[in-house]
Design a protein around this ligand. Structure first.
Ligand code: G3H
Ligand code: 13P
Ligand code: ZN
Length: 305
């Protein structure tokens, strides 16, 4: 069943759990997510970034997701991840997505508000929900250190939500995209999140939430991966963030690591294999293990009839 993010996130926020938003690029990733959500009876958000849409084409993404939504009884959504401009958001709104993110976090405050407002207006006409972002996520891959002045300012968040009418807000509290999130100990600004929660009532979103599970890194390293220094968000931090208002949690990197580790293992241990199904099948199974653990960590198991 295809629904909007607004529907799944209001239920999650009301009942105190979070819904996983998992990124897709191909059929096996989508199948891994939908099969696991179905087995766990969990609502789920399928995210596609502009570069995933460019890679797979909008038509394939929407057709595959609609087919999956027919097969599964769990509520699922098709969400644009990090839409950078009105044109991309509009393409997805018209293309059958049920939710879009308009990411103006790189823009000045007023410009971010004006672009977001524009997308909210367009999305409302089609019953599509909208997520926006305030504050910046900075990766250790692109900078030496993330600083707190790029984190979400709670008062600015109040004004932003009031003036734009968005359905969900992505906040910056120290997470970042990719597999290299911290040089030292993982640290998130929970105090800031608490203040934002007190002032803003819509569901909050945590981007860059992958955990970089050590068992996956170890397995992949055994078969040749070089991911020295990879570090993610510990499960304990995720558990702390959910009662503080995080209702949507974005995961992409962990699926990429799981996929790559499993492919490496097959190619290294079965050099005679040349059937893609024998390579991608184990990748799908490993991603399913990761997704199951996330769904349980987020508390969304068993939340659908
Ligand atoms: O926010 C980043 C997501 O992981 C999507 O990444 O733009 O490489 O598809 P991508
Ligand atoms: P990760 O890179 O931590 O998986 O974050 C994904 C994300 O935020 C997608 O929007
Ligand atoms: Zn993100």
């Amino acid at each position: 069943m295809l629904v909007t993010n607004k529907e799944v996130l209001s239920a999650a926020a009301a009942e105190g759990y979070a819904v996983g938003a998992f990124n897709i690029n191909n059929m096996e990733i989508l199948q891994a997510i939908v099969e696991t959500a179905t087995e766990e009876r969990s609502p789920v958000i399928i995210s596609a970034s502009p570069s995933a849409i460019k890679y797979a084409r909008l038509e394939y993404i929407t057709a595959m997701v609609k087919a999956a939504a027919k097969i599964t009884p769990v509520p699922m959504t098709l969400h644009l991840d990090h839409g950078k401009d009105v044109e991309t958001a509009l393409m997805c709104i018209n293309g059958g997505f049920t939710s879009v993110m308009i990411d103006g976090s790189r823009l000045e405050f007023e410009e971010n508000i004006s672009m977001t407002k524009h997308v909210v207006k367009l999305a409302r006409q089609k019953g599509v929900s909208v997520e926006a972002e305030l504050g910046k996520l900075v990766s250790q891959e692109s900078t030496t250190q993330g600083t707190e002045d790029i984190y979400t300012d709670p008062d600015a968040a109040v004004e932003f939500v009031d003036r734009t009418g968005v359905d969900a807000l992505a906040v910056a509290i120290g997470t970042s995209h990719g597999a290299y999130k911290f040089k030292g100990e993982p640290k998130l600004d929970f105090e800031r999140l608490k203040i934002i929660r007190r002032k803003v009532s819509i569901p909050l979103v945590l981007h860059g939430a992958s955990g970089v599970p050590p068992w996956i890194v170890e397995k992949a390293t055994k078969y040749g991966a070089e991911w020295r220094g990879a570090k993610g968000i510990p499960d304990e931090h995720i558990k702390q963030a959910i009662p503080l208002g995080i209702a949507k949690i974005n995961i992409d990197t962990d699926l990429r690591l799981a996929f790559t580790g499993a492919v490496r293992e097959v190619l290294a241990t079965s050099p005679e294999v040349y059937d893609p199904r024998k390579i991608l099948g184990p990748a799908k199974e490993t991603m399913k293990e990761v997704i199951k653990a996330k769904i349980r960590l987020f508390g969304s198991s068993g939340r659908t009839p």
